[in-house]
Design a protein around this ligand. Structure first.
Ligand code: HEC
Length: 124
């Protein structure tokens, strides 16, 4: 291949180079977003496996409704307004005298976090 020595081609190459650099720095590869999506998918799978029986496929508390008290409606404003910490402890340690068990026996801390990330999406 013949190398061009024209000053214009050099400037053009320079411009293309910098435009690429600027473009890449403005739109970085969304690694964070990808990891988040993966966690959400895992959270959804965990939810469907462990929580949907009682809380219903969409979290509306319409799963196993014969319980007393009945499963909470996870889409409700009351619950969606609770802090992440509060929900995390409710799931981790369970709610005494209800069918809501302590999930620490079945789920790792990371899995509880993933399942809650999914629960957060149920309000929409
Ligand atoms: C065996 C049935 C059952 C299963 C399975 C279950 N729950 Fe529950 N859950 C309940 C019941 C019943 C309540 C309501 C307790 C109450 O009224 O205080 C509850 C309450 C909750 C609350 C608290 C709502 C509040 O009032 O703040 C959260 C959060 C929750 N469940 C999340 C989950 C998640 C996440 C899973 C899956 C890992 C899960 N639950 C699995 C029965 C269940």
């Amino acid at each position: 291949m013949q190398k061009s020595n024209s000053p214009l081609a050099k400037i053009l190459a320079e411009v293309v180079f910098w435009v690429t650099i600027i473009f890449l720095s403005l739109f970085p590869y969304p690694q964070g977003a990808l990891a988040e999506e993966e966690d959400l998918a895992k959270g959804k799978a965990l939810y469907e496996k462990h929580c949907a029986v009682c809380h219903g496929p969409e979290g509306k508390g319409d799963g196993y409704t014969l319980l007393d008290p009945p499963p909470a409606d996870l889409t409700s404003e009351v619950i969606q307004k609770k802090s992440y910490d509060e929900l995390w402890h409710e799931v981790h340690d369970g709610i005494p005298d209800t069918a809501m068990g302590m999930w620490k026996v079945a789920l790792s801390d990371a899995e509880i976090t993933m399942v809650l990330a999914y629960v957060r999406t149920l309000a929409q």
